[in-house]
Ligand binder design. Structure first.
Ligand code: MN
Length: 353
């Protein structure tokens, strides 16, 4: 360790804004930094100051929030101390091209340091507590949280859930109800963990069908979430096109799915959030779940958070007609989320055509 030769070999100072070693020394020698790095694959760079360099690991899913789940940490070359304050864009095509931001920084205490095992106590703004990194083979290490979870009430993302369903019927009166467009498409639960997305349709993993949704995981970054949404294909006038969607679903291989995604990208309409950053939201009422969903400000090329209508059901139906959307779902503002159940608290009504 403690050599910057590999760091220098990989970088041309004329082509990257990353700092070059210049002899800067930190005051105490006990600093750490975690940088979120949106390179070709999102990862978090975990760096501990040691003997005048930053000993570094690239952690694809970031610091684990829970002692029950260990994350891979790939040991990478030592970085110069100046790197601890680096934020910015590394030019595309260069080594590690993409945006770098400081995710957390602070000081740490060493409990054990060998070539194969490093045990530290971190004191950052986001991360506190004891962690151990240990080598499993070659550059591959594991990072394990040794204390309890990130918060005492932290709960892992649930598995095996399916979406709540609406009952058909006439729209209810306006009091106590919110109105959403009933998007015709593939209803999915979308899980994001460590910046990685998994899309499931009634328990079937359809992530590979929709590669354009990968960026949603990158946008959420370290924020864990399970959300409910509808994957739709839109025609050139912006109206849902079920045939186009079927063509996307029918892609038999990953390569075909990638090609079709470029030709006819889908849009994921996010409608609910079931679990957020270790907090189960199933028994939280709709109005608060809606607030949590909107607060995430999820918007991108292939995903959006369509508004719920504050006005009357009639206004929502008129909007559905104008947009060529099949109908409207009324959702009781006080209703809980019941996975897999058809509920009278959600009522779907078709728009006249
Ligand atoms: Mn990196």
């Amino acid at each position: 360790m403690a050599s910057l030769a590999e760091y220098r070999r990989k970088r041309d100072p004329a082509r990257t804004r990353e700092p070059m070693p210049g002899g800067a020394k930190a005051a105490c020698g006990d600093s750490f930094v975690i940088q979120e790095h949106h390179a070709s694959a999102l990862h978090w760079d975990f760096r501990l100051e040691r003997d005048g360099v930053l000993v570094s690991w690239a952690v694809p899913k970031g610091v684990p929030p829970d002692p029950k789940v260990n994350h891979l940490a790939v040991h990478v070359e030592d970085h110069p101390l100046e790197y601890a304050s680096f934020e910015g864009d590394i030019a595309h095509g260069e080594y590690g091209g993409g945006a770098v931001t400081i995710w957390d920084r602070g000081t740490y205490e060493t409990e054990k340091w060998t070539d194969r095992e490093v045990k530290v106590v971190l004191r950052g703004e986001r991360v506190q507590g004891r962690f151990v990194l240990f080598q499993t083979g070659g550059k591959d290490w594991i990072i394990h949280r040794m204390d309890g979870p990130v918060r005492p009430d932290w709960q892992p993302l649930p598995t095996g859930l399916t979406p709540m369903l609406a009952t058909s019927g006439p729209l209810p009166g306006d009091d106590g109800w919110a109105f959403e467009l009933a998007w015709p498409g593939l209803r999915c639960l979308v899980r994001v963990d460590g910046g990685r997305i998994a899309v499931s349709d009634s328990g079937t993993d359809v992530t590979a069908k929709f590669p354009e949704l990968r960026g949603l995981g990158e946008q959420l970054g370290a924020t864990q979430a399970l959300s409910d949404g509808v994957v739709v294909s839109l025609d050139q006038a912006g109206r849902p096109d079920p045939e186009k969607l079927q063509w996307r679903i029918d892609a038999g291989s990953r390569a075909t799915a990638l090609k079709r995604a470029k030709v006819e990208p889908v849009v994921l309409m996010l409608v609910d959030v079931l679990h957020l950053d270790g907090r189960p939201l199933l028994s939280v009422r709709y109005s608060l779940r809606r607030k949590a969903l909107v607060g995430l400000e999820l918007a991108g090329a292939a995903w959006q958070t369509p508004p719920a209508f504050d006005g009357s059901g009639a206004d929502a139906l008129a909007a559905a007609q104008a947009l060529g959307v099949g109908g409207v779902v009324a959702k009781s503002r006080s209703s809980r989320y019941r996975p897999g159940q058809r509920s009278q608290k959600w009522i779907e009504s078709p728009a006249d055509r």
